[in-house]
Design a protein around this ligand. Sequence first.
Ligand SMILES: NC(=O)c1ccc[n+]([C@@H]2O[C@H](COP(=O)([O-])OP(=O)(O)OC[C@H]3O[C@@H](n4cnc5c(N)ncnc54)[C@H](OP(=O)(O)O)[C@@H]3O)[C@@H](O)[C@H]2O)c1
Length: 336
Amino acid sequence: MMQTYQFSDFGLDAADIQTIGLPPLANDHIRVAIRAISLNYRDWLMVQGSYNPRLQKPFIPCSDASGEIIAVGAEVGTWQVGERVITHMLPGWEAGPPPFDVHRHTLGGPAPGVAASIVDLPANALVRLPNSLDWVTAACLPVAGLTAWNALRCLPKWRKPAWVLTLGSGGVSCFAVQIAKALGHQVIATSSSEIKLSTMIELGADHGINYVTHAAWDKAVLEFCPNGVDLVVEVGGSGTLDRSVNATRLGGAIALIGVLAATDASPNLTKALMKDLRLQGILVGSRSRLEEFVAFVAQHHIKPLIAKHFHGFKALPAAFRYLSNLATPGKVVISL
Ligand SMILES: NC(=O)c1ccc[n+]([C@@H]2O[C@H](COP(=O)([O-])OP(=O)(O)OC[C@H]3O[C@@H](n4cnc5c(N)ncnc54)[C@H](OP(=O)(O)O)[C@@H]3O)[C@@H](O)[C@H]2O)c1
């Protein structure tokens, strides 16, 4: 038997645990017993219906999980029962640029998600884990970690140490701080809260700026780093982009990741081109980049910041409620 968290409609009230018999395993699929699930803000938007109002129901949310292979389809090549794995949110994107249908197979909408005790997935939705990574650490890597890893890849290789600016203390930004420090860079972190800023400093950030008490946080960045930073990990979108451009050095880069501070205002693109900036959109990343990132995390002993660790399948609605409050920096994880 297996359990899935099915949503018959949008909203946490429509969530129900279904216990069903195991279906036959497709020849090209791998069966994974889920050990831990981590939540992303996208999952919360998805269950509320604001990410994709046309999502087909019922649906199973969530894209990030770690687990153990318990069965392998007849046509699956090199995978074995007992191997430890994590999910790759965008199955079919192996390497290089994303394929044209990349969004069609996204785990947790439109494809079924990983909020289940057991999932059947194609091999291209999995990445192997080294034994040194525990289930909780591993479950945090697929989206927030990989996105931050790809953002850091926007830095020119020769610029070391570089200055990196992270915005806010969400899951992506926390990983960005840890990766940047492991790569030997200098980090300036912003947050709306002094307590969260101290957490970012504990994670490794060299300087913190409160973007509420310092509305002109771009100027505050230039006090630490007069020429401007080499890279901004941009999670705010149109509401923060102008200041991010101001805070970036000539020839620097801005990794466009999120739209948490989206407004109707149009960013001043002239300044971006006059500074010869590289504005790079980031869509999580490919499976080969996730493999690369897993190896990096193991090599540098990176431990994701956990905001709250829930236990047991039934905790999913409580975990979503916790995530929606954005009260504590880091990842929300559920161990099964
Ligand atoms: N492009 C992609 O592939 C990709 C992948 C993952 C996530 N994302 C997107 O990236 C964004 C961040 O993701 P996440 O998982 O890190 O989210 P999260 O954990 O929910 O991050 C929330 C945090 O963002 C910060 N924030 C909110 N408004 C801000 C503002 N105006 N200026 C600076 N910081 C602000 C806040 O930090 P403080 O509380 O410290 O102020 C807040 O706690 C989301 O929009 C998400 O949808 C995109």
